[in-house]
Design a protein around this ligand. Sequence first.
Ligand SMILES: [Zn+2]
Length: 455
Amino acid sequence: MNSDFLLSTETARNLYHDYAAGMPIIDYHCHLDPKEIYEDRRFENITQVWLGGDHYKWRLMRSAGVAERFITGDASDREKFQKWAETLSLAIGNPLYHWSHLELRNYFGYDGVLNGDTAEMVWNLCNEKLKALSARKLIMDSNVQVICTTDDPADSLEWHKKIAEDKSFSVQVLPSFRPDKALGIEKADYPDYLNRLGEITSYAQLLDVLKTRLTFFVSLGCRVSDHGLDAVPFAPATDEEVEAIFQKRLGGALPTALEAKQFKTALLLALGREYHRLGVVMQLHFGVIRDNSKRVFKALGPDAGVDSIGDAVSITDLAAFLNALDETDALPKTILYSLNPNDNAAIVSVMGAFQTGEAVSKVQHGSAWWFNDHKRGMIDQLTNLAAGGYLAGFVGMLTDSRSFLSYARHEYFRRILCDLIGTWVENGEYPNDDAALRAIVEGVCYTNARRYFKL
Ligand SMILES: [Zn+2]
């Protein structure tokens, strides 16, 4: 992996080195902990950083037949690192191979390979370098300008306030509004969650509380919301029907599947209108099946590496949902992410129906997400967006990560973007017009996100 890694043509190399590489990073969707940023967390060893909560790595190790003891169990950090090194060394074609080696190169100055034989040396090298690294230093060294974390409406946002007041740290760390739990009416612990928001006795009141919380988030710089959904719901109901469903739930009865869908449709539409009013971007993540292995879920809880791509979602519902907002001039800027890549072409075609002069690419197809966050997935997403929409307006990459090292994924994305564009240029499909190519590359890497999120 030399400096021209993934850059197969001269045009690609020029675009990457001249324009893409130097662009700052706007990480508009991630799961970093603002407390760890404020407290400038340090790490004792590379296993803590790499394997502490990274379910991508866990599932790869399981696939390589590593015993759970060396993944999430009581083996020592050094033993876990050994198993990880042995696993990674043969993981040809997996993005973890590329990400991990980019991280080793960028943050630890190691440009060799990691395998069972080099593990001891890499372990010592990384742990020595980690003494001088911290959350903030990793963020600063990665040329990050903005981080949007993922936060529950009930969150006090105390750490965001403290970071904003700390003049020694210039990176903007903004909250994102993620009210998944407020929508989860079918969940057994829904009443407990409502208690966290206050004393809620009606749907109308729930909506008022959420609007107040959203306004508070916006006062602390929130520019974007996020929803994790099985599918985008569309089952219209009257206000009275929605209130009756909510009252039934408060009374202790679980809703039917249709009632849950009606409730979610109503609440999501109401929030969508509020996002539009306040200029907050709406992200919709869907197409996931969570916790497939109940055995692992019982042992380790959620986010343990046993989720998967779900069925292709109802494009009919998605289109009707977007229309319900658009029809009343209340569709916010929206980013759509399906975990099922079979949805990509349909999503891009639906998006095209709702674009307006209100913003460049008002409705976006989000970057290749989770199980698609690899070379082929990125090329598919970019090619599909270019063919069915407007690649030049794309807001580009995000990390969606819990790790302070994962900014290397932006480099990975930028190399793939430049290689794709370079290939088109060298094939004669687009002119070698330096100013235009620069605008496209810098736009997708940075300036589009800056404009879209009003940063
Ligand atoms: Zn996420």
